[in-house]
Ligand binder design. Structure first.
Ligand SMILES: Nc1ncnc2c1ncn2[C@@H]1O[C@H](COP(=O)(O)OP(=O)(O)OP(=O)(O)O)[C@@H](O)[C@H]1O
Length: 268
């Protein structure tokens, strides 16, 4: 990757969540979340489907407001830091009628092309700047989405399962790219992922959400680069998985099965 990418913001944003809750109508999704995340920490957020991982990210991104509690950064409401926060989703959300570089430069003013070109170089796609998004693979589209975030020099990068649709090898490449950019630029990362092995491989800290709260807060103190497939990573992964599996599936609990037509027949 390219070291010429503009110098990073001095540090990541620290986060302080106090008593954060989120309700949708009568349904409580998050309750009393209290968290201190130091500047520049790489945090992975895991938990069963529907436990509130994306909701937490949307609250941090300012796309939703908490029903209770506060989110601060450095003593001020996080909302004052919106320009330093970027969110990336599972789908790249590129505009198909704009070339790759124009997608990266969306929202920039002035002489933005060199910055966008440098961001593309940082994700290894300098040569693809003038192509249409349709000419890119899924992994390349996600790299463009990452460049589109990087070009704003974020201090807080919120990643909502951005690698979920990628094949296993492309996924590891992207994990390593994100880790490398994080090391270069020092932004704070919150990565929502369904993949516990990904969480322990890339993060400093893994948060498990269960019953609307932080059910497990695990420091990953292994040196980097981490050896995929190592016994230490496997042990951490097992520790998180055991905790997830010990939990009731909550709203994923299937409805009582309706009898099949053939069963109905035999019951008569
Ligand atoms: N706008 C909304 N209105 C009502 N309920 C919502 C809304 N957004 C999310 N929910 C509910 O909040 C709960 C948490 O949703 P969320 O998307 O945060 O879960 P998640 O952990 O990210 O799930 P997944 O892993 O499946 O993506 C779910 O039960 C969901 O149905």
């Amino acid at each position: 990757m390219n070291a010429r990418f503009p110098p990073p913001a001095p540090r990541g944003l620290p986060l302080q969540l106090d008593g954060v809750g989120k309700q949708y109508g009568a349904r409580s999704v998050l309750a009393h979340i209290g968290l201190t995340i130091p500047a520049g920490q790489f945090v992975a957020v895991v938990g069963r489907s529907g436990c509130g991982k994306s909701t937490l990210l949307r609250l941090l991104a300012g796309l939703e407001q908490p029903s209770a509690g506060t989110v601060h950064s450095g003593g001020a409401p996080l909302a004052t830091q919106r320009e330093h926060t970027r969110l990336m989703f599972q789908d790249a959300r590129l505009l198909p009628w704009k070339r790759v570089i124009d997608n990266v430069g969306l929202g920039l003013r002035g002489a933005w092309r060199p910055q966008a070109q440098a961001a593309l170089a940082a994700v290894g796609l300098a040569e693809r700047a003038c192509e249409w998004p349709a000419a890119l693979s899924g992994g390349q589209k996600q790299r463009v989405a990452l460049a589109r975030a990087l070009v704003h020099r974020p201090q807080l990068l919120l990643l909502d399962e951005p690698l979920g649709a990628l094949d296993a090898l492309t996924r590891i490449d992207m994990q390593q790219l994100i880790e490398q950019l994080w090391q270069q630029h020092g932004f704070t990362v919150l990565l929502v992922t369904h993949d516990v092995s990904e969480a322990v491989a890339v993060a400093d800290r893994v948060l498990l959400i269960e019953d609307g709260r932080i059910g497990l807060d695990l420091e990953v103190q292994l040196p980097r680069p981490r050896q995929r497939g190592s016994a230490q990573l496997a042990a951490l992964e097992a520790q998180v998985l055991q905790r997830v599996l010990a939990q009731q599936p909550g709203d994923l609990q299937p409805e009582p099965a309706a009898p099949l037509p053939s069963q109905l027949h035999w019951a008569q």
